[in-house]
Design a protein around this ligand. Sequence first.
Ligand code: HEC
Length: 309
Amino acid sequence: MTDKKKKMGLVKRLALLGFVGVGGLAVLGYGGLYFASASALARTHTLDVAGVDIPEDDEDAVARGKYLVDHVMGCSHSDCHQADMGGGETMNQFPLGLVYAPNLTSGTGGVVGAYEAQDWVRTVRHGLKPDGTRTFIMPSEDYWSFPDSDIGAVVAYIKSLPPVDRETKKHSLGPIGMLIAATEPVYAWDKIDHSAERPKAERGPTEEWGKVMIGACTGCHGSGLSGGEIPGGDPSWPPSRNITPDEATGIGAWEFADFEKAIRTGARPDGTKLHEAMPYELYVKMDPDDITALWKYLRTVPARPAGGR
Ligand code: HEC
């Protein structure tokens, strides 16, 4: 064999080794990611909670539940459990994969048939499903602050809905979805202080009630309300904005009328339109007292620069 041929052979072998090496690393990496995300999704916790009264026969409570579901909490949003609450795709695109919001009706494919009041409270308020695993993407941190009567009303309304027969698909994550499931703060359970005292307030156009209502904004705007990238949000969404009274980057220079217009129509004072990720199409029917309460409370929070969440 000539030296040249020997060299070629060596180069080929090295190239092959390199190829196998890179391929092997990719397989290992993917396997690692798969394992890490599967184990994050399977991790379990326990929490004792008290149930709440679910006033299924109380028309006013059911109507209150409908209002909260459709215009405050956004459970029936088209990216979530859908208008009929029969569930659907939250996202389904490579490389994120499929994230599926379950069917909450009593039809075939519904997942809540065996839920007791405690199971509802643990899932909706704390982000922990009856099997002890954490809800993925579902923003339970947004609902934590609402009083027992509201949680009961929401459940009573959901139970009043006609059954929808629609299979609840399993999440099927792509590589980026797995990375998010394994590493990002996308589990409400991890964001909620489960031993904190819930704000106590009667409904009304007050700062105190605003502190309860603002719960519904924190999943996207952050617990400090200064906005930023939304963990687990659709990748096409812009960062949420700063809604603290910071003059430069927040809404410090806004009047109440500016706020109400932005909340209901997505129109900012400078004439630009907000992205639909800000769910103003739900808030268009928000109770005026609730908007006043939000505004009053937002005036009292510390001003912070944008993006700190
Ligand atoms: C699902 C995520 C989401 C929820 C829930 C949400 N927001 Fe937003 N919000 C956004 C995003 C994203 C933007 C920025 C949109 C853009 O820049 O086009 C925004 C923008 C805003 C703005 C405009 C600020 C500015 O400077 O233009 C206000 C005001 C606002 N949100 C208030 C609220 C309030 C109050 C709540 C709770 C009742 C709330 N948002 C709930 C995502 C959300």
